[in-house]
Design a protein around this ligand. Structure first.
Ligand code: HXC
Ligand code: NAP
Length: 292
């Protein structure tokens, strides 16, 4: 069921959506579903050849309109140019999905200042650049309704070692989401975020689980539901949050991780490793203490 498509086929009809990092991974999967729901999608990233190939593939698969536009989100002037091209093509933009990211595992003391900056610049500054450019445009043109959806991670609030620049940047994106949800609601903008747990993509797995780490750290084992995410279930949630069906949801971050982060957080969750047959004896020991 969770691998099937959730919304009515015209749920995003006439909606023009910019998806940063839309040429690969989760951005591509979400873009595909938006197109299937009748949206026009602008996919952007640094690699134009990749974007062109993805746009062609998605158009063939969905009969929708997908425009590839090269844009490094780290540079405000490139974002403004990308916005200009998108408006010239579609007239207006209704939604922005800040999905582009950079990340890799590393002990923090091994990072150069530039390595740390690179991740902050893609994730936090990139999200800021796109949000500021679109937000100013929507305010200036008095567009009555628009949506920003940000992709964060569950370690945006827990933090995480070995991906410290990413955790720092995603925490900033989460703060930006909640802040602007309130400040810019008066302009008709809604801001929400999705915090995915593990959803296999080449981009993430190559940088977070290189070599045989994939076998050593089976991500599915960390998840109470004992599986990783399916791209369609993330796409279902993203489409809902962009659509008007979620018109009253603003400033929310929705976790979609099968319970993964809570498993790490709950003090005694590790007791799941205790074999069933030991519980009689443990209970007896606890009750015995009470009688003394
Ligand atoms: C230490 C590293 C490094 C590494 C790069 N650097 N890789 N340092 N360990 N493994 C350093 C470089 O030496 C350089 O610093 C600086 O970082 C910038 O590197 P460049 O290669 O010049 O940067 P750039 O070409 O801009 O590439 C950015 C990138 C790359 C982030 C390094 O991996 C990339 O393009 N990533 C995009 C896609 C991606 O990361 N997807 C995964 C998202 S997963 P110096 O000092 O030498 O100049 C995700 C969610 C995870 O976000 C949650 C899962 C549950
Ligand atoms: P991915 O395929 O590597 O996607 C990242 C995208 O960002 C790529 O398309 C990349 O394209 C683009 N990008 C990187 N730097 C950019 C820049 N400077 N300007 C514009 N675009 C840039 O990885 P993914 O797994 O699909 O990740 C997508 C999102 O989900 C990210 O926000 C990530 O943090 C989040 N997330 C993923 C997981 C997971 O398990 N996969 C879990 C939690 C959160 P180019 O290289 O062509 O620029």
């Amino acid at each position: 069921m969770y691998t099937s498509k959730m919304l009515n086929t015209d749920a995003l009809k006439g909606t023009n959506i910019i998806v940063t990092g839309g040429g690969s991974g989760l951005g591509k999967s979400m873009s595909k579903y938006f197109l299937e729901l009748g949206a026009n999608v602008i996919i952007t990233s640094r690699n134009f050849e990749k974007l062109k190939a993805t746009a062609q593939e998605l158009e063939e698969e969905t009969n929708g309109k997908c425009l590839p536009v090269q844009c490094d989100v780290r540079h405000y002037e490139e974002v403004e140019k990308m916005l200009e091209i998108s408006i010239a093509e579609f007239g207006q933009i209704n939604a922005l999905l800040n999905n582009a990211a950079g990340n890799f595992i590393s002990p923090t003391e091994r990072l150069s200042a530039n390595a740390f900056d690179t991740i902050i610049d893609i994730v936090l500054k990139g999200t800021k650049n796109c949000t500021l450019a679109l937000g100013k445009h929507w305010i200036n043109t008095k567009q009555s309704k628009s949506v920003v959806l940000n992709i964060v991670t569950t370690y945006a609030w827990t933090g995480s070692g070995y991906v410290v620049p990413s955790a720092t940047a995603k925490a900033g994106v989460l703060a930006m989401t909640r802040s602007l949800a309130v400040e810019w609601a008066k302009y008709g903008m809604r801001f929400n975020a999705i915090a995915p747990g593990p959803f296999p993509t080449k981009g993430a797995w190559d940088r977070l689980l290189p070599g045989n780490l994939k076998d050593q750290f089976d991500m599915a084992k960390k998840v109470p539901l004992k599986r990783v995410g399916h791209h369609q279930e993330l796409a279902n949630l993203a489409a809902y949050l962009i659509s008007d069906y979620s018109a009253y949801i603003n400033g929310e971050v929705i976790t979609i991780d099968g319970g993964e982060w809570l498993k790490g957080a709950g003090e005694f969750n590790l007791l799941e490793n205790i074999p069933e047959e030991l519980w009689d004896s443990l209970e007896a020991q606890i009750r015995a203490k009470k009688r003394r």
